[in-house]
Ligand binder design. Structure first.
Ligand code: SF4
Length: 154
């Protein structure tokens, strides 16, 4: 079973209320070969919401309680991001997910890159918080770009 970021499956859950349309992903969900989830919505955040970035460390540091997630308005939204990551993990384990395909650059979902915390558009190598938690529990995490590179073989 695959788990996709909900915004990749056409659900309007991004911070700005937008989503991405990928027919293959929506077909896999309709065929019940995949599920989708939005960690930030599962963590109780609203939509639309102010964009947020990890500040003062990595996703692993956030999970360990030594870094924070701050939104563009200066609010500390760390707990919602942690709660959402754990709810996503519960869902993944319940559905025996082997691979999560998560939206690159997101502070929750980024598989390889995230924004650097300065709200300047700069990215660093790193993971989002849900991505890091899933990986810590043995679930393979790839970006949507990596998924589409292998999708021809599905
Ligand atoms: Fe998409 Fe993940 Fe952000 Fe939700 S938390 S909008 S699923 S990138």
């Amino acid at each position: 079973m695959y788990l996709f970021s909900a915004c990749l499956a056409g659900q309007p859950v991004r911070y700005d209320g937008k989503s991405y349309h990928h027919q293959l992903i929506q077909s896999l969900i309709q065929q019940q070969s995949a599920i989708c989830a939005c960690p930030e919505m599962l963590g109780g955040l609203a939509c639309p919401r102010a964009p947020a970035e990890i500040s003062g460390g990595t996703a692993q540091d956030v999970l360990a309680g030594t870094a924070q997630v701050i939104d563009r308005d200066g609010r500390n939204v760390t707990q919602a991001f942690i709660d959402g990551a754990y709810r996503t993990l519960e869902l993944a384990q319940k559905h025996q997910v082997h691979t999560a395909v998560l939206k690159e650059n997101s502070p929750s979902c980024g598989a390889n890159y995230i924004y650097d915390g300065s709200f300047s558009g700069q990215k660093n190598a790193g993971m989002g918080i849900a991505a890091a938690l899933l990986r810590q529990h043995g679930i393979k995490v790839i970006s949507e770009q990596e998924f589409f590179e292998i999708a021809d073989n599905l």
